[in-house]
Design a binder for this molecule. Structure first.
Ligand code: Z5A
Length: 210
């Protein structure tokens, strides 16, 4: 059985990742593919437990370094229990966030050491890098407006505008520095237009048809 494909969606708050992950999964399923829709932090039983610890509570609950270690404990479980088995049986995996979020949130946003994050990527993720990472970009004010309208803010979303601006810059830098893996998507237009840009990226990078 040929290995499936691994696609991640990344970006700051309210860029529309969940909306587009859902739409992309529907479109691939309509083409007859098995699709596993998942998310981070989370995506396996153990990782979902860690998600609760990471997102609830006060701002001071965890330092950026502790968050990094918890995210990587969750990511390891997610890879072992969900992502690797799905890819091995030929399924396409769509993850709403993955390792770039740790680089941006805990690294660029929170100041966790880059060397530590790189070492964790190497040992925990290894060769299982995404085949395609869609980096969704909108101006910070628009993203926060969208996210705020959707739900109560969790402990990470509630950080100040400077933090969110550092995130945006970090995601743009990631997209520019890894052009073979990443594809930058202008996520400001209406959802149908964003979905069309994503499908073009899928055709160009992964050769999907229709
Ligand atoms: N985190 C981390 O710090 N480190 C890590 O390594 C990882 C994660 C993996 C997970 O939160 C948190 O974990 C996250 C980063 C941190 N930060 N926080 N907080 P989450 O899973 O609860 O949520 P999120 O990933 O932050 O989602 P989001 O950014 O809030 O939303 P989104 O998925 O990008 O957008 P959406 O839910 O699809 O859309 C939001 C609203 O906008 C909704 O009402 C839509 O209908 C609307 N929308 C969507 N697209 C459009 C367009 N194109 N136009 C207009 N309106 C739109």
């Amino acid at each position: 059985m040929p290995r499936g494909r691994f696609i991640t969606l990344e970006g700051g708050e309210g860029t529309g990742k969940s909306t587009q992950a859902r739409r992309l999964a529907e479109r691939l399923r309509a083409l007859g593919r098995e699709v596993v829709s998942t998310r981070e932090p989370g995506g396996s039983e153990g990782a979902e437990t860690l998600r609760g610890l990471l997102l609830q509570g006060g701002e001071e609950r965890w330092s950026a370094l502790s968050e990094t270690l918890l995210m990587y404990a969750a990511r390891r479980d997610h890879l072992e229990k969900t992502i690797r088995p799905a890819l091995a049986r030929g399924a396409w995996v769509i993850s709403d966030r993955f390792l770039d979020s740790t680089r941006a949130y805990q690294g660029a946003g929170g100041g966790a050491p880059e060397g530590l994050i790189a070492a964790l990527e190497k040992h925990v993720v290894g060769d299982d890098l995404p085949d395609l990472t869609l980096v969704l970009d909108v101006p910070v004010e628009i993203g926060l407006q969208r996210a705020g309208a959707r739900t109560a803010l969790d402990r990470i979303e509630a950080r100040d505008g400077g933090f969110h601006q550092r995130l945006r810059t970090a995601f743009l830098q990631i997209a520019a520095s890894e052009p073979l893996r990443c594809f930058l998507i202008d996520a400001e237009p209406p959802p149908d237009e964003v979905a069309a840009s994503i499908w073009s990226a899928m055709q160009a990078r992964l050769g999907v048809s229709a």
